[in-house]
Ligand binder design. Structure first.
Ligand code: NDP
Length: 620
């Protein structure tokens, strides 16, 4: 049965899908750069004139001098964000106490330690997103929490599981090397430390390394400049709520209008003398619909409430369950509301996969039209409104949600500079930014330019890692990630991946799969300690998992980043617009059937308790 004709009819929809598609193509072609991912500069800790963008820590305690540490331990956890905290908590549950946590920041929190820029907020509901709420007995104050509350929760987990006594802060790992004779990892740091650890849990997160656009002259600017993940309140004044008094007499330039830019720009705009927003591609900006937590609801939460809510959220997202109250409360699920409405107009029993894909396309155009109409409704100047309208498919870029962003462009002190025609800002001078041939003199440049999320693995992880035969993990992964269940890789014994991009792509709730993964890995680590074994997956098991990943395909609810087609506007989702045949095999970096299917595979594998696909190398 073809879809009912009226569902694509411009008179019924109020817009013409075919005309919109032509516009999408034009806008995309305008932005495609030949240098794709190479347009960005890698921000490394040393050897670079932009290294301070990474190593600056305006928030943390100054790095206290300390002697180098040399230590033999059972387990080393690298990273003190959600993934590091959860695996450490689960190691405690297993009775594994001889471990350390290495963290570059000066406290726990990871992304929430570094990202303290004003307006910073999580777009996933706090009840699902903030981990271990039941264990720590904490109920978030808001449906969508702001960064300070989330950071405090990371500290709460650290205290609850006595993890502070295990943490070594302000320390970057500089190398990891497997020692086959000793059957342990040798891990070195920038503070001269050496750790010998039987197992390593790599928990460095999907977005821990900031990246900068390679704009000519970026290091020549004489004013103040910083990345949003290194916000300098000493310079701007104020706090995460805003009130940035230090900017009152300043001309501020912001480069980047992604999820970060959308949150930070309104806060800068309300304080700065003048704000110049350099926009290459507008984000989709929908309303936030935040709300305080209802104390009566909180009072009656039963056991396992968080686990059940996480499962329900993923089931609703994957259209395996319906929950009208959730759909209404959560604007990030608006696409699904439209889908449910459209599906009410077709015969679901006979609907083919092709028809479902067509319905998704129609829903995508409907939501994008709503988003463009919303711009018109809020932004008073029609020319500015036109520039703020996104012309691409809804899932081509990370959607954003904010009630103040579009309003900011009605302020007289805010100028939107569209740099799409030149594929980005042209140049940075000693005095400011050059865009469209005009120099904008500035006191401060803020880079809301994102993170190494889908770039080459060595840029994302940033640690040289050498395995059994002395080879680099990045060579082992040169055709794409090779793992068993996203957790471990051949030739790198007792190395476990927790979180990171693999987990990030399973669900928009990064924390959905983290705890189940951590429980499995903590169980494995305990077993290795008890038996004195070292393990790694076989090449055959890796190949088999890759086959399963490829067969899983890319569903809309689990977007393996890189999967978005050649018709999408460039961004980190599609490797900055690289043609499909030039992309790394993104299918190996996720599981296209989504969180629920992955967790079921993972749980079955762990329950079987036979280490299927794993080779025991040697018992000590
Ligand atoms: P993004 O990579 O999404 O955005 C980077 C921005 O910089 C884009 O607007 C990009 O433009 C722009 N840019 C890059 N180079 C240039 C250039 N040469 N000239 C002008 N502009 C340029 O980074 P974000 O930090 O915004 O977000 C990264 C991810 O972090 C999010 O997708 C999300 O997963 C997570 N996040 C989550 C938040 C939440 O939950 N609320 C909040 C913030 C971040 P273009 O689009 O044209 O490439």
């Amino acid at each position: 049965m073809p879809l009912p004709y009226h569902l694509r009819d411009p008179n019924y929809l109020g817009f013409d899908i075919e005309k919109n598609k032509q516009r999408y193509q034009l806008e995309r072609d305008k932005r495609i750069r030949k240098d794709t991912e190479d347009q960005f500069v890698e921000v490394v800790t040393e050897r670079s004139d932009v290294s301070h963008f990474l190593t600056d820590d305006p928030i943390g305690e100054p790095r206290a001098p300390r002697g180098a540490i040399e230590d033999d331990i059972d387990t080393l956890v690298i990273g003190g964000g959600w993934a590091g905290l959860i695996i450490a908590a689960r190691l405690r549950d297993q009775g594994v106490d001889n471990f350390r946590i290495l963290e570059a920041g000066h406290d726990f929190g990871g992304a929430w330690y570094w990202n303290r820029y004003p307006g910073c907020q999580c777009d996933v509901q706090s009840y699902f997103y903030m981990p271990l709420l039941e264990e720590t007995g904490y109920i978030p104050k808001l449906r969508f929490s702001y960064a300070p509350e989330i950071f405090e929760h990371a500290q709460r987990i650290g205290r609850h599981f006595r993890l502070y006594e295990k943490a070594i802060f302000g320390t970057w790992v500089t190398e990891m090397r497997w020692n086959d004779d000793g059957q342990h990892w040798v891990v070195s740091t920038n503070r001269g430390d050496t750790f010998r650890a039987r197992s390593v849990a790599l928990a460095t997160g999907p977005a821990s390394r900031p990246r900068l656009p390679g704009i000519p002259g970026i290091a020549t600017f004489k004013g103040r400049s910083f990345h949003t993940s290194r916000w300098d309140y000493g310079y701007t004044g104020g706090d995460p709520d805003g009130n940035l008094t230090g900017l009152a007499n300043k001309r501020v330039g912001i480069i980047g209008t992604g999820a970060t830019g959308v949150q930070v720009i309104p806060k800068v705009a309300e304080s700065a003398k003048e704000t110049f927003v350099f926009q290459r591609t507008p984000s989709t900006v929908a309303g936030r619909n935040n709300a305080c937590t209802d104390p009566e609801w909180a009072a009656i939460l039963g056991p396992n409430w968080q686990r059940d809510m996480i499962a329900n959220f993923d089931a609703v997202r994957e259209m395996k369950a319906d929950d009208p109250k959730l759909l209404e409360a959560d604007t990030s699920l608006r696409f699904l509301t439209i889908m449910h409405r459209l599906m009410g107009e077709v015969d679901k029993a006979t609907m083919t996969t092709q028809e479902l894909a067509e319905l998704r396309e129609i829903a995508d155009h409907i939501i994008m039209e709503e988003i463009r109409n919303h711009v018109d409704a809020v932004v008073k100047d029609p020319q500015t409104a036109e520039k703020l309208k996104p012309w691409y498919g809804y899932t081509c870029k990370r959607p954003t949600f904010n009630d103040e962003y579009l309003e900011a462009f009605n302020r007289p002190n805010v100028t939107l500079v569209d740099v799409s025609a030149t594929q980005g800002v042209e140049r940075i001078t000693e005095n400011g930014v050059v865009a469209n041939g005009v120099e904008y003199p500035l006191d401060v440049i803020i880079y809301a330019s994102g993170f190494e999320i889908t770039s080459d693995f060595h840029k994302r992880i940033g640690i040289p890692i050498y395995g059994r035969d002395g080879g680099s993990i990045y060579d082992h992964w040169h055709e794409g990630m090779r793992t068993l269940l996203g957790l471990m890789t051949h030739g790198f014994p007792n190395l476990f991946f927790i979180g990171g991009l693999f987990t990030f792509t399973l669900s928009i709730n990064y924390c959905s799969a983290l705890d189940p993964q951590a429980q499995v890995v903590a169980g494995l680590i305990k077993r290795l300690l008890d038996n004195g074994d070292s393990i790694h997956p076989t090449i055959e098991a890796e190949d088999d998992w890759i086959r399963q990943q490829i067969e899983a395909g890319a569903q809309d609810f689990a977007v393996p980043l890189g999967s978005k087609g050649d018709d999408c506007t460039p961004g980190y989702y599609n490797h900055e617009g690289r043609s499909l045949d030039q992309r790394r095999d993104y299918r190996r970096e996720g599981y296209g059937k989504g969180s629920i299917a992955y967790l079921s595979l993972l749980t079955d594998w762990a329950k079987a308790n036979d280490l299927k696909g794993v080779e025991v190398l040697r018992s000590r």
